[in-house]
Design a binder for this molecule. Structure first.
Ligand code: ADP
Ligand code: MG
Length: 264
């Protein structure tokens, strides 16, 4: 099920160049550079406080860069408001769940498609034919995405009734409902048990394979990203200390020191 493309796949590269962010006297990011190749999974890892979430928050227009640039598909993102960045195909989930707990999974996913609906909810309420046709298109895309994320069986259940691992997949499904071409994930397996985490890892791999989108995921647990990422960037105290394949960064002495506190 191909997603509508905002730009030809080959042009959809994310290029972060010399990005710096400060909070008062704290340099949360210092001249960080990385690029996410179209269709790849790129992991941004590092100990707590390394600046990973700050980086995602700049990419989505929530935090302002003190210096540097972020370009996606050739468009400069720094200075753009979050909704403009989302409209360029950059989607995200949040570290803390942000779903409507009493609404069903299906309704939460439909909310995720709001950006793409033309006739809107007023038209749907008036039952004009175009709105009705659009509604059935939206419903069928929601079912496709739910199937991809192993949520087909729980579409009619309220989110609050689901176990944590399922709710995290709903969050991911909702982000995908906006048809992003680049998906940003902040610690997607945080708080999950081993089974839930393995299931989500498989789901993320399938999303990338079937939708062909780029994924930039933040994680502090290095082992989780090893089987999933094509490229890994490692941050420590706001600086990039390594970048390469999972195998390369895993045996980088600087990375080992950052994670183990000195012991090589
Ligand atoms: P990570 O996600 O890698 O754990 P963060 O990006 O959340 O790290 O934080 C990096 C640094 O920036 C930390 O020192 C943190 O305290 C600081 N920081 C992050 N967000 C804010 C904020 N909104 N206000 C002040 N300091 C912040
Ligand atoms: Mg974080």
């Amino acid at each position: 099920m191909p997603a509508p493309a905002a730009a030809p796949a080959a042009d959809r590269e994310l290029v972060v160049d010399g990005l710096s962010v400060r909070f008062g006297g704290v340099a949360a990011l210092s001249e960080v550079s990385l690029s996410v190749e179209p269709g790849s999974v790129h992991a941004l890892i590092g100990p707590n406080g390394a600046g990973k979430s700050t980086c995602l928050n700049v990419l989505t227009g929530v935090y302002r860069a003190a210096a540097g640039s972020v370009r996606y598909a050739g468009v400069e993102l720094t200075g753009l408001r979050p909704h403009r960045i989302a409209a360029l195909g950059v989607g995200r989930t949040f570290q803390n769940l942000a779903l409507s707990p009493t609404a069903t999974v299906a309704d939460n996913l439909l909310l995720g498609r709001h950006r793409l609906t033309r006739a809107g909810f007023l038209g749907a309420g008036l039952r004009i034919p175009r709105a009705r046709r659009e509604q059935s298109e939206q419903d069928s895309r929601v079912r496709e995405i739910a199937g991809l994320l192993e949520l087909a069986e729980v579409l009619d259940r309220p989110v609050a009734a689901l176990p944590y691992g399922d709710r995290k997949r709903v969050e991911l499904a909702r982000a995908l409902c906006a048809e992003p071409t680049l998906l940003l994930l902040d610690e997607p397996v945080a708080g999950m048990n081993a089974d839930e985490s393995a299931r989500l890892t498989a789901v993320i791999a399938r999303v990338r394979a079937e939708l062909g989108i780029s994924i930039l995921l933040v994680e502090h647990d290095m082992t989780f990203v090893m089987g999933l990422a094509d490229t890994v960037t490692v941050l420590d105290f706001g600086k990039r200390i390594a970048c390469g394949t999972p195998e390369q960064v895993q045996r980088d002495p600087e990375v080992i020191r950052a994670y183990l506190g000195g012991a090589p």
